[in-house]
Every structure is written in C-alpha cells, then in structure tokens.
Design a binder for this molecule. Structure first.
Ligand SMILES: [Zn+2]
Ligand SMILES: [Zn+2]
Length: 193
C-alpha cells in the first residue's frame, strides 16, 4: 500500500488549486457528522450515493486506514480520491482482497479487447496456485505488464501505418486505372467526372 500512498501524495501535489479545493470539499461532504474523520459508515454511505459500490469493499477501507484507528483523515482520503480517479480499485479474483501492492495479471485478459475485465491475482494466490483460469494464461506482475504494454503500444502505430499505406496503395491503383483510361484527356470529357 505504501506505493499507492506515495503515488497518491505525488498526484495530489500536482493537482490544480481548484481540484485540491474539490478534494477538500468532497471530504467535508463525506464527513457527515463533521468530526474531521470519515468512519466506515460515512464511507460506505458516500460510495453508495456515488454508485461506486465496488469501493465499499471492507478490505479497501482497511488498507486506506493507515494508522488503523477505524476512520480516515484527510491524508488517508487522498489515497481513496487517487484510487477513484486512476481506476486503481483492483481486487484479487481469487481471495477478493484489495490489491494494495504488486500483483499479477493475465496478459491475454489484459490485452484482448473482447475480454470483459482484467484477471488480477495477489502474489499469495498466484504463487500458491490457488486459482483456475484458462490453460494458456500468461501472468505478469503489474510492472512488467506496463513495460510489455509499452512495447505493444509502440508496435500498434506501425501496424496502423501499414494499414494506411495499404489503403493509399489501393487508392493509387484505382487512380492509376482511371488515369490509364479515359481520364488522360481533359477532365471535361472524362466520362466518370
Ligand atoms: Zn488473493
Ligand atoms: Zn486470462
């Protein structure tokens, strides 16, 4: 969780003043009794209202509650804000705990467009082989996955470029046929103009 916490702090520092004010405003909104802390009840109520029921998972609240006092102060809530904004609310498909640290994802499920969601596992479930997934699944930790995705992203434009070139080639061919036919003479007498 330390990594996410550090990322959240860095993210917050780079927010505009307006967004920082919004974060403070949201915090005050969640803190119904105004005691400067968000308890589990206030937390769940806010997320339900926001239709963010996936985040009401108790393991996430426990992970956010750094000092373990059963409530969240503003700094701890910044991490929640970051998780909401970054879509980093991931849970182990096997034991259902919040993936607070390094985790493993099925590369195929991560990359294929038709895959409904990613298939992520905590290190304990992956290492302990406590999961069942498709046989040819290749698992990578989230850091490796990121660099592999970069390689794929770099490949994609080349593929796209090829497609564009092929299309250009087809247009050139078609144009060539036209030029080789009746259109060699002035455009006014061209039958297809
Ligand atoms: Zn697990
Ligand atoms: Zn998969």
């Amino acid at each position: 969780m330390e990594d996410i916490r550090r990322a959240a702090e860095a993210y917050y520092e780079n927010l505009s003043d307006e967004k920082k004010r919004n974060a403070r405003f949201s915090f005050n909104e969640i803190d119904i009794d105004g005691d400067g802390r968000i308890n589990l009840h206030e937390y769940v109520e806010y997320l339900k209202k926001d239709n963010n029921t996936v985040l009401t998972h108790p393991s996430l609240f426990t992970a956010l509650d750094k000092d373990g006092d059963g409530s969240l102060d503003f700094e701890e809530t910044i991490v929640l804000y970051y998780i909401m904004q970054s879509g980093r609310a991931l849970f182990c498909k096997c034991c259902d705990t919040f993936l607070a640290d390094v985790y493993f994802s099925c590369f195929q499920c991560f990359c294929l467009d038709e895959s409904p969601s990613t298939y992520d596992l905590c290190c304990a479930c992956y290492g302990g082989k406590r999961f069942t997934h498709h046989d040819d699944a290749v698992f990578w930790d989230n850091y490796t996955l990121l660099s592999q995705s970069r390689s794929l992203a770099l490949e994609a434009p080349v593929q796209k470029r090829r497609n564009v070139l092929e299309k250009i080639g087809m247009i050139v061919q078609v144009t060539g046929m036209v030029v080789g036919g009746a259109c060699l003479v002035s455009s006014s007498s061209c039958s297809i103009m």
